[in-house]
Ligand binder design. Structure first.
Ligand SMILES: [Zn+2]
Ligand SMILES: [Zn+2]
Length: 214
């Protein structure tokens, strides 16, 4: 069974999630944007074996700590989709622009595509390519746990920004409707910032994407 703990990191309070398989205690970290000590403390407290880094997209608050963590623990970097290569190349520039600790680019061990799966211990999650906030944004979906880790695609009551280079509003709305809604109204999503919600709630109340009657 998949379990997770969300740890807000960086001045942007980015929801880094540590996910693990409860029968093997093997873990992956989704979007280690920074504050690696804080993340590793949770890993240690829970007795987990951290084996992989998974990335939704390459904005600094999500990917800023990736190179350092991968180097320190010799971890493979899984994701995002190749569409975010230019954001990875710009990590040092992003860290200076937002006053983050110096961040280094990296080469993902494995790029992800729509329909791929990722595995940690006995847990398998599906990968969906959800461009719009960034061109190479992916989300991770556990059908068994009914949980989706959606980065900056969708928030409780809002959607990701599309005014950065490579962003596109209509593409983002299509990603949400075509790739997230089919996961089911009762699926809970963990956004990159702010509280959790479920897709049914957003289909009823989120002003950007609602389509269900009350
Ligand atoms: Zn972002
Ligand atoms: Zn973000």
């Amino acid at each position: 069974m998949l379990q997770y703990q969300t740890v807000p990191v960086t001045p942007f309070a980015q929801n880094c999630s540590i996910v693990w398989c409860s029968s093997t205690l093997k873990a992956a970290v989704i979007d280690p944007g920074g504050e690696l000590d804080k993340l590793l403390k949770v890993v240690e407290q829970k007795g987990l074996q951290l084996e992989q880094i998974w990335l939704t997209h390459a904005h600094i608050d999500h990917a800023g700590g990736t190179a350092a963590l991968a180097e320190q623990l010799k971890l493979p970097i899984i994701g995002p989709h190749t569409g975010d290569q230019f954001w990875i190349d710009r990590l040092a520039e992003q860290s200076r622009m937002f006053n983050f600790p110096e961040s280094k680019p990296f080469t993902p061990t494995r790029w992800l595509n729509d329909g791929d799966t990722v595995q940690i211990g006995e847990c398998t999650l599906q990968v969906r390519h959800c461009p719009g906030h960034t061109p190479g944004h992916v989300v991770f979906y556990s059908e068994d746990a009914k949980r989706a880790f959606v980065g900056d695609v969708l928030f409780a009551g809002s959607i990701g920004r599309t005014d950065f280079p490579g962003g596109d509003h209509d593409t983002l709305i299509d990603s949400i409707r075509q790739r997230l809604w089919p996961m089911g109204n009762d699926t809970v999503f963990i956004p990159g910032h702010g509280p959790e919600s479920n897709f049914g709630e957003e289909r009823r109340r989120n002003p950007y994407v609602r389509d269900l009657q009350f």
